[in-house]
Every structure is written in C-alpha cells, then in structure tokens.
Ligand binder design. Structure first.
Ligand SMILES: [Fe+2]
Length: 345
C-alpha cells in the first residue's frame, strides 16, 4: 500500500494519502487548503489518481482542501451524514464503506468532538480525526461537541479495536506521529478515568481558548459545494420534473453515477443504467459504454448522482468529449425524491 502522512505546520494538521498501487486510485483524508499544491504534486509524483477526498469532521482550525481538490482533480468529496457542509458528493453513515481500488475503509460514527465526527478503519490502522489524539482527545466545547458521546465513541468503539491497531489522528501539537490503541488505553491521560461522569467533568473543565482560525474556518468549511448554477447557466441542468417527463423517451439514457452502496440504500430511478463516477471518464473514451450509448445508439446522456456534484462534473466531461446533448439532474437524488420522483429497489 502507498501511504503518506503529510503535515500542515500552521494548524498542526495531519493529512493522509492512501493508494494500493502506482498508476491506480488514491484517497486523501483531511486535506488542508494551503497544502493543496503539494498534494497535487505528490499525486503526480506517485502516479496515482485522486478519486476521493474525505474530511473526518467539519474543521474549526483550518480551511479544508476538499473543494479545491475537487475542482482540480474532479474527485468525489466525502463527509458524514451529519455534516453542516452545504454539499458534498457522498455523505456516509456508520457501517458504510469508503472504497477506492484496493483500499476499503470502514466508516465508524464517533461523535463527541463534533456531532459529525467519523473515524475510518483499515485492518491495521484507524484514522481517528479529532476523536482520539495521541495522549489526548479532541475538545468537546463547541460545534455540538459532547463529552458523553465522545466517551462512548472512545471507550465503546475505538478502544475495542485490537491493541496493536495504529492510531493516526488529524492533529498533533507535540510532534508525535502515530500511536496504537493499546498505548492510548494505557498512557493517554484523558482515558485514565474511572467513569463516564469523571470524563465529562474532565472535559468540561479544560477552559481552552477558541482556535485562532475558527471564525474563518467554520463558515468557509460549510460552503464547499460545487457551484451547480454554473452548469445550469450553460443549459446543461435538468429539474426533477424535466427528467421525469423524459423518462419514457427511448432516446434518453439515464446514467446513475453513484456507488452500489448508495444505490442499495437510497434506491434508483427506474430505467437508469449504472456507471460509477470513477469509471465515467474511461467510459466516455473510445469503446466505453457511455461513448457507445451517445455515439452509436444516439442517446442523450442524462447523468444523476446523490446531490448533483458528480453528475455536474460528468456532464462537463461529456460536453468536453463532444456530446452536446448531455445533461444532468440538478440536485441529484435528493431533489428527485423531494419532487416525488419514482424510485425502485
Ligand atoms: Fe477538529
């Protein structure tokens, strides 16, 4: 596995880059805006293609690099179901998986630092965000933080992982880079409590100053969605009603760009075909399904996804490939369901 731990010295943030092979797909966890150039350079140097960018929670101490990476690499942005971010490409929930080629992260909901804090688990390691830090735990005094929830997340979940599991947090202020679950259980001073109440008492009396960047970072990190209006202004967006009216037409190919997990959970629009977003570009090239549909079968391609981000990027790619009749469902499945559109499965 290709694994890189990158550090932003201004906010003491760790960012993680994972891929299974050179020439393959990559994902990044907790990217920092000011470091995006470096990530892009490293992706190029390692010869990997960024497919997903994840934030473990809505950060208060730095501006996320999620939207900048999406703009520059057309990757999928991922956050938890509870995130206050306006739009991300995929929202995950406890028990879901975040997959790229050769890497599959288990999604674990670990609230407490914030109510949208998630941890991401691999066989030998866990990315704990700000839930569990090295010899510390994330503060619980803003952004719907809750020391009780954090106690449950740590004692009820993270500390149940095998002792040798490597702990990779989102921050460290002392220069430590990695720990293990066993080490944290034994030596993390915050975890040497005898009860939930003792932990709550400890966390409620930390009296920490607010992070320097908080007033800038939080509102900025809540506005990371792709500007779908730009795509609409070019005439490439369709409303749920538009798509519904087109459904019986034989010259329309409705393309679902979501992943199998999302299709199972939220259902699919009847008659739609499935081309997962990461394979969309290849499918538009010679001999791909999308090219055949558009070129040979003369179908109008209509893309949709969960919230309209992947489909907005796909319609731009299809237009760039010369398929001028390509459109996408503005707002995605969310809008479709709100409009009462039919769903199967
Ligand atoms: Fe945080």
């Amino acid at each position: 596995m290709i694994f890189r731990q990158l550090f932003d010295s201004v906010s003491s943030t760790y960012t993680y880059l994972l891929a299974s092979r050179h020439g393959g797909e990559a994902l990044i966890i907790d990217p920092v805006l000011e470091r995006v150039d470096r990530y892009i350079q490293l992706l190029r140097e390692l010869d990997v293609r960024l497919v997903k960018a994840i934030d473990t929670h809505l950060h208060a101490d730095h501006v996320t690099g999620l939207d900048a990476l999406r703009e520059r690499t057309q990757c999928i942005t991922v956050m938890g179901e509870q995130s206050k971010a306006d739009v991300v490409s995929i929202r995950v929930d406890d028990g879901d998986r975040v997959d790229i080629e050769g890497v599959s992260l288990e999604v674990s909901y670990t609230p407490g630092h914030t109510d949208d804090s998630y941890s991401f688990i691999l066989a030998d390691r866990v990315f704990t965000g700000d839930t569990l830090l090295i010899r510390g735990t994330g503060r619980t005094d803003f952004q719907n933080g809750d020391p009780r929830a954090q106690y449950e997340s740590i004692f009820g979940r993270l500390l149940k992982l095998a002792d040798e599991t490597l702990v990779y947090p989102a921050h460290d202020y002392k220069g430590d880079t990695v720990s293990t679950i066993g080490e944290e259980r034994s030596f993390n001073p915050r975890l040497q409590v005898k009860s939930l109440d003792e932990y709550v008492e400890l966390m409620n009396n930390l009296r920490l100053p607010n992070p320097k960047m908080m007033d800038v970072a939080v509102p900025t990190n809540m506005r990371i969605g792709l500007a779908q209006g730009v795509v609409a202004d070019r005439g490439w967006a369709l409303s749920a009603d538009d798509v519904r009216a087109m459904l019986p037409e034989p010259d329309v190919a409705l393309i679902d760009l979501r992943e199998e997990q999302e299709r199972k959970k939220h259902g699919v629009i009847p008659t739609s075909l499935h081309v997962p977003y990461p394979s969309m570009q290849a499918s538009l090239r010679s001999d791909g399904l999308l090219r055949r549909l558009a070129e040979t079968d003369r179908k109008r391609l209509v893309f949709y996804c969960a919230y309209g981000e992947r489909s907005a990027m796909a319609v731009q790619a299809a237009q760039a490939a010369g398929f001028v009749t390509a459109r996408h469902l503005h707002g995605g499945m969310q809008t479709w369901k709100q409009a009462g559109g039919p769903v199967i499965g």
